[in-house]
Design a protein around this ligand. Structure first.
Ligand code: ZN
Length: 258
């Protein structure tokens, strides 16, 4: 998308938002993000984000198979909930899903849904390593990276419906996109700065929840090793810059020991 088109779209969105604010008498433009410590212009409210997550979940489970391994599901939920309880963002519930597929993959969707594949879980040895992968995803949720990614990709019509709170139309539109398009959006890459921030938040939540921070380095080394074999694991498509991130995380851990 060209800069001009993007600029025009932002102006249109802001105008629509201002009209909606005037009509509804609601005065808050932007909201404080506890994870990033910044004011941010996110148009999608938490209830709208949760509704989006439910629609996206239907599309994911239309193509991917949820695991029936109750022991593994319980383990992922135990670790995930422990780390999530340390998250800066507590205005929705986190949900953890295990997908039965031999793929090195994990991602998050709007509304706090976090998906991890058995192919990745088979490579992660300790609870600390699983906590690191889930903590990183929780970091993306807490900093609203996922909803920001969706907001940027969905376009003007969708956002104007969001702003005007036409929830049913939004969800119909999202459902009409089909699982392929939604999966492409779910598995599109985050920016480098969002990746670093999710790592930092993940480490913070791991520390608060009592996990060994070195689990993050180990989990990244698993991904880097898998990435060395020719085919790139899907998780690296969503979460790139792994070599730089290993270095940054090691520095962050060293700092926390001082
Ligand atoms: Zn990431």
């Amino acid at each position: 998308m060209s800069f001009k088109v993007e600029l025009d779209m932002n102006i249109k969105i802001i105008l629509t938002f201002l009209i909606a604010v005037t009509m509804s008498g609601c005065a808050s433009l932007g909201s404080y993000n506890a994870a990033t410590g910044r004011q941010e212009l996110i148009f999608i409210s938490t209830p709208q984000e949760v509704a989006m997550g439910q629609t996206v979940h239907k599309q994911i489970t239309a193509t991917e198979k949820l695991s029936k391994d109750s022991e593994l599901i319980a383990r992922v939920n135990r670790i995930g909930k422990k780390v999530a309880s340390a998250s800066d963002r507590q205005d929705y519930q986190y949900h953890f899903y295990v997908i039965e597929k031999n793929e090195i993959n994990a991602y998050t969707v709007p509304g706090g849904g976090i998906y991890i594949y058995t192919g990745l879980l088979n490579e992660l040895k300790s609870d600390d390593e699983i906590a690191a992968v889930l903590g990183h995803e929780i970091g993306h949720c807490a900093a609203r990276h996922t909803v920001k990614k969706f907001q940027a990709a969905l376009g003007y019509d969708f956002l104007s419906e969001i702003v005007l709170s036409k929830v049913d139309q939004q969800m119909q539109q999202l459902a009409a996109m089909g699982s392929g398009a939604v999966m492409t959006l779910v598995t599109s890459a985050y920016s480098r700065s969002d990746e670093y921030q999710a790592d930092q938040l993940g480490l913070k939540y791991m520390r608060r929840a009592g996990y060994d921070l070195n689990g993050m380095v180990k989990s990244f080394e698993v991904l880097a090793k898998e990435g060395g074999g020719g085919s790139t694991p899907l998780i690296l498509r969503t979460h790139p810059y792994i070599a730089d991130r290993i270095k940054a995380v090691k520095e962050e851990i060293a700092k926390s020991h001082n």
